[in-house]
Design a protein around this ligand. Structure first.
Ligand SMILES: Cc1cc2nc3c(=O)[nH]c(=O)nc-3n(C[C@H](O)[C@H](O)[C@H](O)COP(=O)(O)OP(=O)(O)OC[C@H]3O[C@@H](n4cnc5c(N)ncnc54)[C@H](O)[C@@H]3O)c2cc1C
Length: 402
């Protein structure tokens, strides 16, 4: 056994022993979820690759899978499900960019779900071109004064904290003038208004900042680091959305196969069978691509597969649910209620195939559109000529905008 293999095996034994201890002392079925998650965090089993004392053990991220699988099998709570933007994106960003003080303050309650987080990046005039955003912050003593509007902010209505990126210097090129902050979503000067989706629910919101004061101690990274901070968030978002490797034949494709199996024989046409088979094959190709991407990431070489996985899973989900609704025939048009609700969880509370079809329409927009993923692949993988960028070397204040 090499030194590296020896270390990996010792780390694995340590993780297994800590999970044993957690499950024995706090049986998940009889322990209050927040208590359980707090104990999981304190044992370094929240994000095992984070530093010790901050929810991790400083070991390989791949060992997290052992933790998650064993806790799920024992019926334990899931931190991602309770606080998806926080666990999947904001936590990893605080871990990379936060001071020790910030990590101590924010990571534990984020993990236990006591404090929900949201991501305040997109604006009405800047979604794909997020670096062109216009919300401003001006330094005022030991505070920053923020004015502007964000949009599509998932779970802002239940959030305690938001990861906010705003412009702090308008006289430099757009990427260089941004700064990231942690903002109190329940503080003065923050107004959250629901935005209703095609499903009838309002998972996301508009957020208005009017003379909002943020202490300088809530700055993440240095002034001007906002773009680099957001790249950490977006990298985690892409993996969090498109990179999961589910078992063969599971996820949306399993829903399609179930609908197919339950169809009466006279409706199982050869043409429909071929469409279902093609979708199943695409799902399997995506699964194998994500496995390859995970292996590359473990070698420290993230590669282009993150963007491939994001684009491919979005288009596949949409096509799979299209076919589900096709096969359901007239039943595909039946939908419970369009009463507006503001769910506490992404995806809402009611689950149905019809709703999954409607919700899947957002997959090719959220977390970066499919067109933008294709631009990334075209430029970085295929070496095609770059997108037209008229604002690259121009100070943000001089870029024409509407
Ligand atoms: C369900 C959902 C949840 C979301 N949650 C959040 C959240 O929590 N926080 C947050 O900050 N944002 C969130 N978003 C916003 C999301 O990140 C943006 O919608 C996305 O980045 C696209 O931006 P946009 O809507 O402004 O579209 P635009 O950027 O205006 O794009 C409009 C169209 O033009 C195309 N396009 C744009 N630029 C190019 C280009 N260079 N080349 C080719 N085509 C191009 C796009 O593909 C798209 O089809 C969410 C969105 C959805 C749908």
């Amino acid at each position: 056994m090499t030194l590296t293999e020896n270390r990996a095996s010792t780390d694995e034994q340590r993780v297994e022993a800590l999970v044993d201890d957690l499950l024995t002392q706090f049986p998940p079925r009889t322990t209050e979820p927040r208590t359980f998650l707090g104990e999981q965090y304190d044992r370094g089993l929240a994000w095992v690759h984070f530093d010790e004392g901050h929810g991790g053990l400083g070991v390989s991220a791949k060992l997290q899978r052992i933790v998650n699988e064993r806790i799920a099998a024992a019926g334990g709570p899931n931190a991602y499900y309770r606080n998806p933007i926080g666990y999947g994106m904001c936590g990893p960003t605080v871990a990379v960019w936060g001071t020790d003080e910030q990590k101590r303050r924010y990571l534990r309650p984020l993990f236990t779900g006591e404090e929900i987080w949201c991501q305040l990046f997109s604006e009405p005039g800047s979604g794909s071109d997020f670096a062109g955003l216009s919300s401003r912050a001006i330094k005022d003593g030991e505070e920053w004064l923020v004015n502007g509007q964000k949009v599509w902010t998932t779970l802002a209505h239940v959030s305690k904290w938001g990861l906010l990126v705003v412009r702090t210097d308008a006289e430099t090129v757009k990427h260089a003038g941004l700064t990231a902050f942690i903002v109190d979503m329940q503080g003065p000067g923050v107004e959250v208004k629901p935005l209703r989706q095609i499903t009838g629910e309002a998972e996301f919101n508009e957020v208005f900042f009017t003379n909002t004061r943020i202490p300088d101690a809530n700055r993440l990274g240095q002034p001007g680091d906002g773009w680099r901070v957001s790249l950490t968030t977006l990298m985690n978002e892409r993996v969090s959305i498109g990179g999961a490797v589910a078992p063969k034949g599971s996820g949306p494709i399993a829903a399609l196969i179930k609908v197919w199996e339950e169809l009466p024989p006279e409706r199982k046409s050869a043409a429909a069978r071929e469409r279902v088979t093609q979708l199943w094959s695409r799902a399997e190709v995506l699964r194998l691509t994500n496995l390859r991407a995970n292996a590359a990431r473990k070698r420290g070489d993230p590669g282009p597969e993150g963007s491939i996985g994001k684009a491919a899973s979005a288009e596949l989900n949409k096509d799979v649910y299209d076919e589900v609704v096709n096969l359901l025939g007239a039943d595909g048009m039946l939908y419970g209620s369009y009463d507006m609700i503001r769910p506490e969880l992404v995806g809402g509370t009611e689950v149905s195939l019809q709703k999954a079809f409607l919700r899947s329409r957002a997959n090719s927009i959220e977390g970066g559109t499919t067109e933008v993923m294709r631009n990334i692949l075209g430029e970085r993988v295929l070496g095609l000529p770059g997108d037209v960028r008229v604002d690259r070397d121009v100070p943000w204040s001089q870029v024409p905008r509407n």
